[in-house]
Design a protein around this ligand. Sequence first.
Ligand SMILES: C[S@@+](CC[C@H](N)C(=O)[O-])C[C@H]1O[C@@H](n2cnc3c(N)ncnc32)[C@H](O)[C@@H]1O
Length: 235
Amino acid sequence: MAEINLLRYYPRAKRKMGKPRSLDPANREAALKFGAEYFDGTREQGYGGYRYDGRWVPVARDIVEHFGLKPGDRVLDVGCAKGFLMKDLMAVCPGLQIYGLDISEYALRHCEAEVAGRVVRGTADRLPFADGCFEAVLCINVIHNLDRNRCIAALREIERLAPSRGYVQVDAYHTEAEREIFLGWVLTAVTFLKPEKWRALFAEAGYKGDYYWTILEADPAWNDFNACDPASANH
Ligand SMILES: C[S@@+](CC[C@H](N)C(=O)[O-])C[C@H]1O[C@@H](n2cnc3c(N)ncnc32)[C@H](O)[C@@H]1O
């Protein structure tokens, strides 16, 4: 189990928000449907337009190298959304057998053409695949949307499908100030913990794969929210 940032080349997000978007319950309610509003609606209710632009290519290269993936290997992306990372993994490692799972019917209906037929609707805490059938399972910015018990179930599922070969990235904070920023910005996450608490949760679940954090911090230059970690551009 290693702490490793496989999203180090993911671009930083700039956030300009008049007021913390999660203060409005209507924004949270809309986002939690993981439908059109969340992916392709306003920035107050989600991504503000979730469109493919190739930004996952360097991340995909890092993932292939980190796991030593080769053509024919089977990889699962849990919370694959529209399949952007899947598409780029297929491009950087032709012949990789990549599959995706997401709870969002909307995202799967609007997935990239290259991944159609490789995605399935489901939930991270009940993965419909056999034990040990993947060389790697990726789960980026997904399980913090589940409560603590379901997080543990999801981590067990990832470990079951790819023992010691998972990569999980989750929302985390170090300071109270970072936590406040999360509370103002994050619409769908319900479990965000300090790294040491996440490590304890991983251990409790018996999760032995790799992991990293998405941490938001205020950027005084923008007088606004900004990501200190590229992965937080996901939110
Ligand atoms: C912040 S997005 C991250 C998407 C993608 N992994 C990325 O990093 O760009 C969270 C994704 O998790 C999905 N999701 C939320 N709850 C889920 C669950 N219980 N099981 C599977 N996917 C879920 C959402 O539909 C959404 O696609």
